[in-house]
Design a protein around this ligand. Structure first.
Ligand code: ATP
Ligand code: MG
Length: 426
């Protein structure tokens, strides 16, 4: 992509409305713009990151054996009546009417639609287990949308639903999803915890949340400093415990002491059991030929929230420091004097084409601006590697490599080894 052609309205200062660093940087780096409260347009730079995360999620879901579908955003009231959730859900459920005065809602989640699909199309235990997912826009009329896309009203979620013949099988698909979520967050290089959680409005028996650790996190979690033990304090408050007494106490699992941390919930996995299947009469024939109620699991990842969470954990005073796997571009070629010097223009453009052929996602900063402006923009948008072609190149044919973390080195333009080495482990 040529910088001069890119819709990338960077800002020097963050607008007043932005409170947390990810929101400030997403606005400053020209990734999103607000349309209404909790509703955003994704600009090219933001969309590239969103798509990279979406692809990581899709690859890991496919590898786990799950199958992708796309359900409608608009859902009829009748399905929600079957589970009584039309009644139970408060104003978070955005209800609309069509021209015939029929009631619909904008999907905040899809248990009803998917259960309807499965009960009508799956007849035998032999077709199970099934794990069906989609990556789709959700709408929740949040009482307090805030922190940009972190708590939006319209947001992108990967939601999946597993259907199993019995509890043991449900536990197995649940564990597969748990591992899949771990792989997703590890590929994004995020520091996270798996936390025991409350099942909330979705219902069901057991659930765990995936939290990206960050001071701006809305959730307070109690974690052991030397084991996997971690619990959302929401759950403890519900049981009447006293959080403050936990700090520095031995962990309930007998390993290490408790620390209180802040987390951003980026994923939530549930063993629903039979709740939805019973309400909606979702059965299959078991191995004795008898109707047997399905055991369900449901699993959500906040794809758009992950963009913000990744920034909360990866930034400095200059801007975003993207984990490589989700950076909008791998490399930015900063050409100084592109418009004035034929030799620089040619060398930059050739390198740009060569790197694209090698499989990198490359930006070429061909604008008329000087080095200061260009490197500032590159650091703000967080590109992992800069290649500077300028005066040095005219003198010695050397180009400068400058990583986002500030390491620099010189090499001949014909030597692509520096780039290969840099991306070797990424
Ligand atoms: P929260 O407690 O943050 O409201 P939730 O428990 O309502 O989340 P789930 O119903 O489990 O969320 O949805 C699955 C995932 O979708 C969450 O883990 C989160 O990453 C994401 N998500 C939920 N609500 C929002 C929102 N308003 N904006 C962005 N992402 C969201
Ligand atoms: Mg919620």
């Amino acid at each position: 992509m040529l910088f001069s052609k890119l819709l990338l309205p960077t800002l020097k200062d963050a607008p007043q409305e932005a409170e947390v660093i990810s929101h400030k940087l997403m606005l400053r780096a020209g990734m999103v713009r607000k349309v209404a409260s909790g509703i955003y347009t994704w600009l090219p730079m933001g969309l590239k990151v969103l798509r990279k995360i979406e692809n990581i999620v899709r690859e890991e879901m496919d590898a786990s054996g799950a199958q992708e579908v796309l359900m409608p955003m608009v859902q009829p009231k009748e399905l929600w009546d079957e589970t009584n959730r039309w009644e139970k859900m408060g104003p978070e459920l955005l209800r609309i009417q069509d021209r015939h005065k029929r009631d619909f809602c904008l999907g905040p989640t899809h248990e009803e639609v998917i259960t309807d699909l499965i009960r009508n199309n799956v007849k035998s235990y032999k077709e199970l287990p099934l794990n069906i997912y989609q990556i789709q826009t959700k709408f929740r009329d949040e009482v307090r949308p805030r922190y940009g896309v972190m708590r939006g009203r319209e947001f992108l979620m990967k939601d999946s639903y597993s259907f199993n013949i019995d509890e043991a099988c449900l536990e197995e698909t649940y564990l597969t999803m748990r591992n899949t979520y771990k792989k997703v967050l590890e590929r994004m290089n995020l520091d996270y915890k798996i936390v025991s959680a409350d099942s909330g409005a979705i219902g069901g028996d057991a659930s765990e949340e995936f939290h990206v650790l960050a001071e701006t996190g809305e959730d307070t979690i109690a974690v052991s400093d030397s084991s996997e033990y971690a619990i959302n304090t929401e759950l403890l408050l519900k049981d009447g415990e006293d959080i403050s007494s936990l700090e520095g106490k031995p962990s309930p699992d007998g390993k290490g002491t408790i620390e209180i941390k802040k987390g951003i919930e980026v994923g939530h996995i549930f063993q629903l059991g039979k709740v939805y299947a019973e309400d909606m009469k979702a059965n299959v024939l078991n191995n004795e030929g008898k109707a047997s109620t399905l055991y369900m699991g449901c699993y959500g990842i906040g794809v758009s929230r992950l963009v913000a969470a990744a920034i909360e954990q990866n930034n400095d005073d200059k801007g975003i420091v993207w984990p490589h796997s989700i950076a909008p571009f791998d490399i930015n070629i900063i050409a100084i004097g592109f418009e004035k010097d034929q030799k620089i223009a040619e060398a930059s453009y050739n390198l740009y084409k060569e790197l694209i052929e090698m499989g990198y996602d490359v930006l070429l900063d061909d604008r008329k601006d000087g080095f200061g402006t260009k490197i500032k923009d590159s650091e703000l948008i967080g590109i992992p590697m800069n290649i500077i072609i300028g005066k040095q190149f005219l003198e010695t044919e050397e180009i400068e490599f400058r990583t986002r973390s500030g390491d620099t080195s010189l090499s001949k333009i014909s030597d692509s080894q520096t780039i290969l080495d840099f991306f070797k482990d990424k």
